[in-house]
Design a protein around this ligand. Sequence first.
Ligand code: ADP
Ligand code: MG
Length: 323
Amino acid sequence: MTVTGPRAPASDVPLSSGRVSSHAPVLELEHVALELGERTILRDASLVVNQGEFIGVLGPNGAGKTTLMRAVLGLVPAASGAIRVLGQPVERGNASIGYMPQTRSALAGRRVRGRDFVAMAADGHRWGLPHADRSTRADVERVLDLVDGRKLAERPLSELSGGERQRLLLAQCLLGNPKLLLLDEPLISLDPHHQTSVVELVRRVQQELGIAVLFSAHELNPLLNSLDRVLYLGSGVAALGTVDEVITRPVLSRLYGSPIDVMRVNGRIFVMSGDVEVEKHDHEHEHDETGGHAHAHPHGHSHGHAHGHAHQHDSRDGHTQDV
Ligand SMILES: Nc1ncnc2c1ncn2[C@@H]1O[C@H](COP(=O)(O)OP(=O)(O)O)[C@@H](O)[C@H]1O
Ligand SMILES: [Mg+2]
């Protein structure tokens, strides 16, 4: 999307609030601007994520969720400002961060056994060779236990459901005891039941280990019971706060650059632009293989709800909808 919308200073959006934690900051952004080519993804964002927080990262397609994660990994340099992880400037290959990238296309077809797949991330594909060392093996068993995945790990990836593969991917991220997990759209292409179980699993592991998680998603509702705070991105602005602080008409209207209504029904929250549910509408065309922004289109458009679920059964290039 093009970054448009109001140019008011970012300071009228709650930047850092909610539960005050005595823990050390895990992630700090100080007046950060992120740019990709000519595009401004973030401008002047300042925020702090503390140890032990589960942060739901939301925002329209193309808002910059993936770019922000890549910046925290040191893969996208900040155009200005400072990003710190555990008090240190970002660096590539930071062992204190576990990362699950958004595109996980090829996994469904792979015959590799689950345990070997998890281990590949630990020892650079040498698993199974005689010199896979003992501490690596122990770490693999530890992370499999954490996700309750020892049984799954006996089976090849190709025989697992999307939700089960997600468990092993989470295990991979936990290798080496990271303090911060960046999980980019782990719910893509999972049905609601599996979505809930993935969110609950991440929440349990996150609390058990006391680590911080940034969990990006299309939709707020699957995360509602598990998140501590929301980081909502849009129009170059990052709003971090509790659901009640961020998921409001004024904040979201600013982030979407058009009037937004927030409706609460039976404990669920719907973000609406007129009679269109923006979170759903925005991602209707998306599936796992696109990398997330192939179908990005501007907001405030008027073509309504006509496309329904026509793309749900798309199974090109081995994608399987986990229903
Ligand atoms: N390498 C790149 N060069 C230029 N623009 C890019 C690049 N990668 C992504 N973008 C654009 O940057 C914006 C943010 O993308 P992204 O971080 O993937 O958003 P999200 O994950 O929230 O959908 C999008 O408009 C996307 O098209
Ligand atoms: Mg993305």
